[in-house]
Ligand binder design. Sequence first.
Ligand SMILES: [Zn+2]
Length: 237
Amino acid sequence: MRSYNAESYSMRHAYAAQLHLPGPLFRDLVIWALQSLPDEILVGLDVNADRKNIEEVEYAFEGQECVSNLFGGQGYVVKEAHVVNRGDSYSVHHLPEEWTDDLFSGQRGSRAGRFTHWLHTHPNAPAIPSGADTDAAQETTGVDMILGLRFSPEGPLPWFDDVDGTRRSLGTDHAVKAKRSWFSQKQLPILGFAPTGHAIHDIQLIAFHKSGLGVNVLLIDESGYPYGWDDLIQGSS
Ligand SMILES: [Zn+2]
């Protein structure tokens, strides 16, 4: 999370806005994603209306072309997350009935419902939005997040890498490098193992607004400051 935040800081001018996501909540998201492999999951997230982003942090991470009032819930810390669906890349975006608000479902489309932000996973694909993701995001009031996971054995979903876009990985610099082998051409780093037994090679996270603008995610601790904050501030002053 520290290295991810350091990258969020150095890339801050590439983003129009920022989203503060608590680290323990992010850890839950990764665990749910891994437990569901090889399926995708769709997660709805709400903000805490009583907990604003820390101003000093917002200011430090503000880009040159930041947009205020870009999305719903902007400026507020994400509070909770719920898995609302699980399935393949097509079915996961169609909500089960219990999550659909009957009154407005006609107008609000397949993601009709109650959450500010949405996150879905990309098992064995980079965290870069597809055309269908961009379409689904049009009904999001907040931001859409994608959690990309690279794992092995790959099963029916080999790593699909042929996508253009900005990649944002977590912690690959801390990963234990696999021992060199005479039998393997490429050695992927191993971050850890999923409850399903899969080896995890890469975790990627991005957020975007329906307009196509990128949103910078900061992983924050209980105090509201991003992991590695002291190093960032010392390093830049
Ligand atoms: Zn997607």
